[in-house]
Design a protein. Sequence first.
Lengths: 154, 154, 154
Amino acid sequence: MIIEKRLNALGLSLPEVPKSVGSYATAVLSGDMLYLSGTGGVDNGEMPVYGKLGKEVTIEMGYSSARGAVLNLLSTMKAVLGDLDRVEKIVKLLCFVNCTSDFNRQPEVANGASDLLIEIFGEEKGLHARSAIGACSLPFNIPVEIEMIVRLGV
Amino acid sequence: MIIEKRLNALGLSLPEVPKSVGSYATAVLSGDMLYLSGTGGVDNGEMPVYGKLGKEVTIEMGYSSARGAVLNLLSTMKAVLGDLDRVEKIVKLLCFVNCTSDFNRQPEVANGASDLLIEIFGEEKGLHARSAIGACSLPFNIPVEIEMIVRLGV
Amino acid sequence: MIIEKRLNALGLSLPEVPKSVGSYATAVLSGDMLYLSGTGGVDNGEMPVYGKLGKEVTIEMGYSSARGAVLNLLSTMKAVLGDLDRVEKIVKLLCFVNCTSDFNRQPEVANGASDLLIEIFGEEKGLHARSAIGACSLPFNIPVEIEMIVRLGV
């Protein structure tokens, strides 16, 4: 429970396990790779944020939503794996930012997810490949949607 | 041929094997993982649908296009694998929905793909991770583009 | 150094190794799979191109940017792998094209990446799965962002 202790030491706790919002699973384990479905970060006890970057959502709110998406993904991972210490490597993130067509600071928003993963798992396990992309819209008008690939230890 | 018999029992048949629309392959097999290129669902014998959700394409038409995309993906899989019974798990879908900037019901559209995969492969093999994303535009103005990762049995 | 010799024979050279533009790695190796972060192609010694397809960026400029993105990805790969000859298969590309909502020729733009990969690696190793998607905006207003999955030989 090293990872969860680190989470708590950062003053964070895992939110309720997110539910699928369609006929899909929130995660699928394939060999030693865990594929996590696209997830938003609006449900972490704080005020949910909706809307677009470049319009009603600031970079700070977007950063915080990306951070919240990671907390939701960690909660899903804990439900699937039992223990977050089984994570060997955060392999890849695909971050979609709901934004206007003239907004081009997606990396700063996505850093909310990346920074938290490195804080929690450290550089060796937590540093990952990533793409950050502008989306003209996202489900339920969430500002950020993140999917993730994780490798487990043996 | 269990999977194809199930397809036929559902009144469905595999469309013509889709062709690549650029200098790429419609699928690449890597170890036991099959990576399928982004594919639309406009060519299944019915009237092709073009356009955007939130504008000229209804949720029902989008749902049906997502279903058609899965039929095209299955046809590609059959061409590559010989037999769809080799599928062990539908691992992950990435669904892009061509839509206006105020459309946020992407999951309902993507369910057209997910529902059909579960009907055909059952929950154990067919239930998958998924992301559904709004795209401001898609190739040829198709309403839905889906890429898929599949694991094969040994 | 067969692959680099082929690059040079084509009159091409690897650009400076691209830097991460956020708190992520430009590539992560997981087993025999290399996951490369989304990368643009504006920095290859030529005039950088910014903007959207369907607006100020022509298909030719987009094609050239996609080609430049591959050169950047190859430069990252060389930095990680030491030798590009270790590549066994280009498995998959995900190509985002920064464009207007009525632009639907993403595949022609993405061909800039695919054509170059096949020129360099040949059909057997270079032919890949691919999705080409319209994005309403991309980081720094680059016209094309490409992420890639590559399998290494043993």
